[in-house]
Design a binder for this molecule. Structure first.
Ligand code: FAD
Ligand code: SF4
Length: 565
């Protein structure tokens, strides 16, 4: 059962404000913030643009576009979004529970060396401080070693052995409730995680549907842990509520007198129900892309003009590439298992995970094509066309079976390749030449590599072993644009406003009681899936906030020079 979000559940603590804290976004950073703040005695509201999802309203397959994809202007009110930029296509979640509804629940700790790189290096004793926050985050998210290896994972294992890296194959750590190995899934039990305070749960049946939202109650999404407990303890969650403005109250430019937060209904075409709420403090947790975009808008309309000019800098894509192997007519159902069941380190920098969509979720097939290497640009497109032509002439039936959408998820293993190399781009707030009427987020900088040669080679080996064909993402070949589900940075942690947007306690430079807690603060390329690190960083940030009874509402970064900017 999901607790209701209707109406305030605790008495006001801070008249005349509507809330003590308003948290913008209910993903990993937002849900941790909401729970820890409400536990400290604050009156908390969470504003979430996306919808609330339950097993009953989640889509069965990705062909239910209106319940999968988020584009409310086109009446698509799902939980998954793709944003297209010149340098990168960004995949992200949008729901009560943020990216956790669509994510593949792989929760890995990055290597210690990430704390030595980027602007956050030296600002705290990260290596001593973070392990306890990772431990708390791991317990809250219910991380275990995956016990269900599907046929796609076993294929990855064989390919790893054939490539001489069999010892570097591993089962992923996942936030999924699973039965002991060998026992069937589908067992429903009372809350197994929070001493009876949490919801009842059902063990995983290995259907591979995690990225379409778990309809079986097995995936440890945030609305089953952090956010669930926050609501139980009195936080109010406003779903389908988009924040469009945040302004300091009473004309006090540093926000010391609180903030006014304006919202509209995100899923309405007309009558968007504009509302205003007042609060003492705000936590931006709208994700790397969402927080960066919102802060750009607020800075440019002079609502929060002191935000650092470093906003939008150092956006990182985890140096990712999505490739895959399709085995037309495969006897094994490659869609079975959990969404990311296993991985392998093929060299010091390169890490590959076996990913799947559930049977029937074939819409992604429209983006996949024959794997093509070579230098980006027209030469690569020509090579791709040549490969296609050659394949169609020599093996017409095989080529047809490779491109037919139906059966794609059953016959495909997607390979998510990540590199811990330091590549980044910037986001700017500009009027594009083709639409000069308003400003948009646009990407700038050097192109991020769209293919990783070692990964392509690995995919080809795997295809040979399985009797299939290696595949690429179409936008990577046509537009030299990589796709990523792991966009990070934009409001990075740094020592001062001339290097980043927040300090090591996530306080926004230039303002009082204003914080950022989400993937946008991450100041280095993690090389692994980032949600566990976002959760652990949010736990750490919230540990510095005093209990409500002791606060003086004067929390400001030590970099005082920016207060007078
Ligand atoms: C298909 C897919 C699979 C993934 N798999 C994994 C995985 O296995 N492991 C992993 O670690 N990561 C994975 N990720 C990435 C992971 O989902 C993100 O890194 C993570 O969710 C980011 O957390 P966050 O707290 O920064 O923000 P999010 O979780 O993205 O939450 C931000 C929330 O803010 C809301 N929001 C934005 N703007 C506003 C606004 N103006 N007003 C109100 N609300 C707003 C959004 O709707 C969203 O719900 C995956 C992502 C995708 C798309
Ligand atoms: S594999 Fe299926 S049952 Fe298991 S967590 Fe994913 S969606 Fe839920």
């Amino acid at each position: 059962m999901t607790p209701s979000s209707e109406g305030p559940a605790v008495p006001r603590q801070s008249e005349p404000y509507d809330f003590d804290f308003i948290v913008i976004g209910s993903g990993f950073g937002g849900s941790v913030s909401a729970l820890r703040l409400v536990e400290k005695g604050y009156k908390v509201a969470v504003m979430e643009m996306g919808r609330r999802w339950t097993p009953e309203n989640l889509p069965r397959t990705s062909w239910s576009l209106h319940r999968w994809f988020w584009r409310p202007g086109l009446a698509l009110r799902g939980f998954f979004n793709m944003r297209f930029f010149r340098h990168v296509t960004i995949l992200h979640g949008c729901a009560v529970g943020g990216g956790s509804i669509t994510y593949a629940c792989t929760l890995l700790r990055p290597p210690d060396k990430v704390w030595d790189n980027g602007y956050w290096a030296g600002l705290a004793d990260w290596k001593a401080d973070m392990p306890r926050h990772y431990d708390t985050a791991s317990r809250m998210l219910g991380i275990i070693e995956n016990k269900i290896l599907g046929p796609g994972d076993l294929l990855l294992k064989r390919a790893a052995e054939a490539a001489g890296v069999g010892d570097d194959f591993y089962r992923t750590h996942v936030g999924i409730f699973q039965s002991p190995e060998g026992q069937p899934g589908g067992q429903t039990v009372p809350d197994p995680f929070f001493g009876g305070e949490g919801p009842e749960r059902t063990t995983c049946n290995g259907c591979g549907g995690c990225m379409m939202g778990c309809r079986h109650g097995a995936k440890n999404t945030l609305d089953q842990n952090y956010l669930y407990l926050a609501e139980m303890r009195g936080a109010s969650v406003f779903a389908e509520t988009k924040v469009v403005d945040v302004r300091p109250l009473d004309g006090n430019p540093d926000g010391g007198d609180g903030y006014e937060v304006s919202t509209v209904k995100s899923t309405a075409f007309v009558n968007r129900d504009p509302r205003r709420f007042t609060c003492r403090a705000v936590v931006f947790s709208a994700s790397s892309l969402g927080t960066t975009e919102l802060l750009f808008r607020l800075k440019s309309r002079a609502s929060l003009p002191r935000i650092s000019d470093r906003l939008g800098k150092h956006i990182r894509t985890n140096s990712e590439s999505l490739i895959g192997v399709r085995v037309p007519g495969s006897r094994d159902d490659l869609s079975k298992g959990v969404a990311i069941g296993s991985g392998v380190y093929i060299d010091e920098h390169t890490h590959i995970e076996a990913v799947r969509y559930p049977a029937g979720s074939d819409a992604m097939s429209l983006w996949s094509t024959i794997l093509t290497g070579g230098r980006p640009g027209p030469a690569r497109i020509a090579l791709w066309l040549k490969n296609l032509w050659y394949s169609a002439l020599r093996h017409p039936i095989q080529t047809f079976r490779l491109f037919k959408p139906f059966g794609w998820a059953r016959e495909c293993v997607i390979l998510l390749c990540m590199q811990a190399l330091d590549a980044h781009i910037d986001m700017c707030w500009e009027r594009p030449w083709f639409w000069p009427f308003r400003k948009f987020l646009v990407s700038r900088g050097d192109k991020v590599p769209t293919y990783i040669p070692q990964a392509n080679e690995f995919a080809q080996k795997m295809a040979q072993l399985a009797g299939g064909t290696a595949m690429s993402m179409l936008p990577e070949i046509l537009f030299n644009v990589p796709g990523t589900a792991h966009c990070l940075g934009g409001c990075v942690i740094a020592s001062s406003a001339d290097k980043g947007v927040v300090d090591a306690r996530h306080r926004v430079f230039g303002y009082k009681n204003l914080y950022v807690c989400d993937g946008s603060v991450i100041a280095a390329n993690l090389g692994v899936n980032p949600s566990l690190t976002i959760t652990a960083l949010a736990e750490r940030a919230m540990s510095f906030i005093p209990p409500a009874a002791e606060t003086t509402w004067n929390d400001v970064s030590d970099a005082k020079e920016c207060l007078t900017a």
